[in-house]
Ligand binder design. Structure first.
Ligand code: SAM
Length: 279
C-alpha cells in the first residue's frame, strides 16, 4: 500500500505504508498514522503530512529555539496547535519557562500521538507547568486576557480548521496577548509552493507588529523546499550575537538540528522570498 499526499494536485510525495496504525475522521479532520520503513511513524491530517519520527526534530527545534533564544527570558509560553507534542517537548527544555498554555482543537490528535509517537512528547503532556486547553486557537485568543512572552503557532495549513489561524483577527489577538518584547512564530508554509502565504501573513501583520520577518528551515517531508517560519514582535527585535546564542544553546539538552550558526543563517532569505515580503 502507498499513501499519496494531496496537498498539491500537480505534484506530491508518496509513502510506502507498512501498516496503518490508526485512521479516523475525528470531527475536525481526517487523521491517519502509519509506519514507513525509512521515516518511522508518519502522521497526516486531511491528506497533508504533519510529522514523521525521522525528521520531526528539524522542525520542532527550529520553531522553538529560535524565538526562545532570541527572547532574553521567556517565562510564559502559548502554543497554538502542536497536538503531536514536539513543540511542547522542546519548550519545556528551557529553564526560564514557568508556564505553558497549549491550545489544540483536536483531542484525538493528542491522544493518538501520545500512543503512537511517544518520543514526540516524551511525557511533556504530564508536565505540571502545562495548562492544556482543547479549543479553537482563534476562539481562545479572542477571549484571552493573559500575557505571553512567546507564542508559537504550530498549525496545519490554512485549509480546514487551520484557516482561522492565518487571518488578521487571530494575529491581532496574538499582538494583544504578547508582552512588550514578546515574539510570535508561525508555521508559514513552503514559499516555493505557498509563496502567497508569506505575502498575506506579511501584509496582515503590518498593523500589529514592528518586527515582521521570516526564517527558513528545510524540513525533508514538507515538500517543495525550505519552510518559512514567521517571526514577529510589537518591538524592534535584533538577533543576539553568535556568542550569546552559543551560551544559550549550551543550556538546551539533546539538540540535533538547532545551532547558533543555523539560527542566524536561517534569517538569510533568498531573493524570491524577500520579494514576497511586500505590503
Ligand atoms: N508541523 C505541522 C505543520 O507544519 O504542518 C503541524 C503539526 S500539528 C499536528 C498541527 C496541529 O494544529 C494539529 O494538531 C491540529 O489539530 C491543530 N489545529 C488546526 N487548526 C487549529 C485551530 N484552529 N486551533 C487549534 N489547533 C488547531
Amino acid at each position: 500500500m502507498r499513501f499519496q499526499e494531496t496537498l498539491y494536485s500537480e505534484w506530491g510525495q508518496n509513502f510506502e505504508q507498512d501498516q496503518i496504525l490508526f485512521e479516523a475522521e475525528t470531527g475536525h479532520q481526517h487523521l491517519i498514522i502509519f509506519d514507513n520503513p525509512r521515516l518511522g511513524r508518519v502522521m497526516a491530517l486531511d491528506g497533508v503530512i504533519q510529522t514523521t519520527e525521522a525528521d520531526e526534530f528539524v522542525y520542532h527545534e527550529m520553531m522553538v529555539h529560535v524565538p526562545m533564544n532570541t527572547h532574553l527570558n521567556a517565562k510564559h509560553i502559548l502554543i497554538i496547535g502542536g497536538g503531536d507534542g514536539g513543540i511542547l517537548r522542546e519548550v519545556l527544555k528551557h529553564k526560564s519557562v514557568e508556564s505553558v498554555t497549549q491550545v489544540e482543537i483536536d483531542r484525538a490528535v493528542i491522544d493518538m500521538c501520545i500512543e503512537y509517537f511517544p518520543n514526540h512528547s516524551k511525557g511533556a503532556f504530564d508536565d505540571p507547568r502545562l495548562n492544556l486547553v482543547i479549543s479553537d486557537g482563534a476562539a481562545f485568543i479572542a477571549n484571552n486576557e493573559k500575557s505571553f512572552d512567546v507564542i508559537i503557532t504550530d498549525s496545519t495549513d490554512p485549509i480546514g480548521p487551520g484557516e482561522v489561524l492565518f487571518e488578521s483577527g487571530f494575529y491581532q489577538g496574538c499582538a494583544d496577548a504578547l508582552a512588550e518584547y514578546g515574539i510570535l512564530v508561525t508555521q508559514n508554509g513552503v514559499p516555493f509552493m505557498q509563496g502567497n502565504e508569506v505575502t498575506s501573513t506579511y501584509r496582515r501583520w503590518r498593523p500589529f507588529f514592528r518586527t515582521r520577518s521570516f526564517y527558513l528551515t528545510p524540513v525533508p517531508t514538507y515538500v517543495g523546499g525550505a519552510m518559512a517560519m514567521g517571526f514577529a514582535s510589537k518591538s524592534e527585535i535584533t538577533q543576539p550575537s553568535r556568542t550569546q546564542l552559543e551560551r544559550r544553546a549550551k543550556e538546551i539538552c539533546e539538540i540535533r538540528y538547532y545551532s547558533p550558526e543555523v539560527h542566524l543563517g536561517a534569517f538569510g532569505l533568498p531573493t524570491f522570498v524577500q520579494n514576497l515580503m511586500v505590503d
